[in-house]
Design a protein around this ligand. Sequence first.
Ligand SMILES: Nc1ncnc2c1ncn2[C@@H]1O[C@H](COP(=O)(O)OP(=O)(O)OP(=O)(O)O)[C@@H](O)[C@H]1O
Ligand SMILES: [Mg+2]
Length: 419
Amino acid sequence: MLYTLMNKHTPVAELNIDEDTGAILRVARVIHLEYLPVGIAIIKGLPNRKSLNDWWRGRSIPASRSGIREALDILNTAYTEQLLTKCYGLSLSDQYWINPKEHPFKWENINFFNNPFSDDVGNALFGQASPGSELDLLSPCNTSDGWLRKKWKIIDGKRYLLKSGSNPFHQEPLNEVLATSLHRRLNHTAYVPYSLVWENEIPYSVCENFITPETELVSAYSIYKSEKKLNHHSLYEHFLLCCEHLGIPGMKEFLNYLLAFDFLIANTDRHFGNFGAVRNVDTLTWLGAAPIFDSGTSLWHDQLARGIHPNGDVPSHPFKSAHAEQIALAGSLDWIDFSALRDIDEELRILLSASPYIDELRTDKLCNGLKGRVRQLEQLALEQKHQVTVSHSKETTEVHPESPDKIGRNHHQNCNTCP
Ligand SMILES: Nc1ncnc2c1ncn2[C@@H]1O[C@H](COP(=O)(O)OP(=O)(O)OP(=O)(O)O)[C@@H](O)[C@H]1O
Ligand SMILES: [Mg+2]
């Protein structure tokens, strides 16, 4: 069937879509190429069909989503791509949608930001069948990403994302709340605040939608794909170069904070889908980095107590595979007020004490682990400070014309005259 791919009010291209499989069969016509999703490959002035299909299928609920089999059974649907056309691809994280060519809609009447939507899909995703035989599949839950159980819900007219944790500790929602407190303590403002709700003894994190009808969330992955990476560029360099070429302001400073923050919470999953930037969909102007969201996969959430070590290292994403290495990209750590973090472990203890899934031994280990992360980062900040001081004092007494920008260890490695 023929659809117009829309970015809010702007027609982007005409697509022939097979509703049974959700596949884009043909790009029939291009209307406003500049309004295409970021990162779609353009070949000879036309959006590449495979690239468009990857993006379009990527809008559906991932097949790896916890509980998806039971949910699809309740919804009487074979696979998640089929749910995409049922909601015209509409989402609460951006403004892309597909408009049937034969009986077109107006965005005002159909978007999920201003129009109510049914809880049927959200309930199914939480393993609950809705009463009544006829299910309403028009829901933004059909286009939600990520592997944890989640649903969009309207509460007092606002859109909230409810997200569960994973077995056996259900720790992720508690981690989101701790992360929120950490942002406050660090005086950072660009974050999504999460709170906690309990339903049938299961904890869920709740956060409000940070996207408005005027904006879209563009993942770091889409940004990363907007240009071909050169072999001699690192992931970090390539990503920042893409941001620079697209005109996204403030990303380097944002990453400085994010990498230090993720070090503190021992985040193991800051992949390129877990941060990004926000763009105005009417003017295509970039507003800057998206506020920090999805920080729950941290604090040894899936590790047994014996695997939690306050002095050890933790795997990291997206630029390096270990935090000890990745933190070197964060630049100066002198902005961190460590006195504001002194009793953060006690706050974590209170948070964890409310959970029946976390026993005392685990609580002790986690609180100690968090204290260890703070200590490790403080140590790194001190070492940095010392290196800068040493390099400054050397600069005033000695002349090194060949290496004016090298400090600390690098300085000594490259210097023939230093001991
Ligand atoms: N507050 C929000 N406002 C708008 N969109 C959001 C918000 N929170 C999350 N999203 C969107 O929903 C997606 C899934 O959310 P989230 O990353 O929190 O889930 P997850 O299951 O923890 O993901 P992962 O698979 O990375 O662990 C995000 O990648 C983002 O696109
Ligand atoms: Mg995520």
